[in-house]
Design a protein around this ligand. Sequence first.
Ligand SMILES: [Cu+2]
Length: 108
Amino acid sequence: MKTKRKLTAALILALAGAFATVAQQQVLTGVVTDSMCGAAHMAKDKTPAQCTQMCVKDGMKYALAAGKSVYTLEGHEVELAKLAGQKVTIKGTLKGDTLSVQGVAASK
Ligand SMILES: [Cu+2]
């Protein structure tokens, strides 16, 4: 009985290790912004969409402001450009603060 419990514990540890090494697939909802402004845009005379476009033109990356977090977005820039300043649902893999985008959809 004791050995069986030990075996189970070892199996759980092995499984946890396997999960940690696989990049986590995420579905996040938030507002498309840029990596410089984050949730609050600096240019007050512009709409969030205009500010995002301007910042991206200046070399910033698209980002997703979700709750208190801001994630840098990688990939699907053409779709992100159309949805700048809007609420979206993004599917992708998260690595640190960077979300590799696999799919973008407008969200209500
Ligand atoms: Cu901006």
